[in-house]
Write a protein that binds this ligand. Structure first.
Ligand code: MF3
Ligand code: CO
Length: 257
């Protein structure tokens, strides 16, 4: 069942979304070689609480930490802990915040210091794929228009989209209908209409699309050990077109549109 939101509900999600955006930016400021992902999680947890929010991931289906941090070949759901961040890493920060009963969800992959040219290209394509997906998020279009725009952008650049993980509706619940796959056919799937709020989240790899769940039962990594990145925004479908609810970050002008 797709739950459409009123204008007031969308404003509440935007308020949650601004805490999400600020949390990701704040963690980004501390994201330097030598820091552990466990320390970054504590920083995020305190920051979210200081802004009146609750970290949605904590306790979600038993998930133990405030946010997910996934380095390098880890795609999503990395549990923060003893991993020490290094120069050249790609580190994904994925944050959900609940504020006044409404949730927003966003992810961003940072490159640490000097990164390899191919790593930078992967990040650029991931960001462009999210922008291409968001551009399709307008009333009258279908979910498949988002999916195929993401897939085409990624595959035409020689990278792969993960198929076993998808974006989703979001609102009072972290994961609502519909699924938003990162692959599919234009003109197919549920129709988008005003008031829908969805998390669009390309998860892409430099190698094959295959992933597996680690022994901790959360972390999901690429099967072939290739690098991955993940960019996600919560977006409202409005009469005027897509409205990004999880902010535009100063350091990433390509996401401002
Ligand atoms: N934020 C993730 C998403 O994009 C969900 C994380 S659930 C957790 O859907 F429990 F792993 F945190
Ligand atoms: Co999500």
């Amino acid at each position: 069942m797709i739950v459409r939101k009123s204008a007031q509900e969308i404003e509440k999600m935007a308020a949650a979304g601004s805490v999400v955006a600020d949390t990701i930016a704040h963690v980004g400021e501390h994201l330097e070689p030598g820091i552990t992902t466990g320390e970054l999680d504590r920083i995020a947890d305190e920051f979210i609480a200081a802004h009146g929010g609750v970290p949605t991931s904590k306790g979600y289906r038993g998930y133990p930490r405030a946010i997910c941090i996934s380095p390098n070949d880890m795609v999503v759901h990395g549990i923060p802990g003893g991993y020490v961040v290094r120069e050249g890493d790609l580190v994904t920060i994925d944050v959900g915040v609940t504020l006044d009963g409404y949730i927003a969800d966003s992810a961003f992959t940072f490159g640490i210091g000097e990164i390899a040219a191919e790593s930078q290209r992967l990040l650029n394509v991931g960001r462009e794929a999210l922008a291409a997906g968001i551009a399709q998020a307008r009333p009258g279009n279908r979910v498949g228009d988002i999916s195929s725009a993401v897939q085409r952008l990624v595959e035409s650049n020689g990278f792969s989209v993960v198929r076993s993980l998808v974006g989703h509706g979001v609102g009072r619940s972290y994961h609502e209908d519909p699924h938003i796959p990162n692959f599919g056919d234009q003109g197919r799937g549920p129709q988008l209409s005003e008031g829908m709020t969805i998390a669009i989240e390309p998860m892409i790899t430099a190698g094959t699309p295959d992933v597996y769940v680690q022994d901790d039962e959360w972390s999901i990594s690429t099967e072939d050990g290739s690098l991955a990145c993940h960019f996600e925004h919560t977006v409202a479908i409005t009469a005027a077109g897509p409205r990004i609810l999880t902010g535009a970050r100063d350091r990433e002008p390509s996401l401002l549109k």
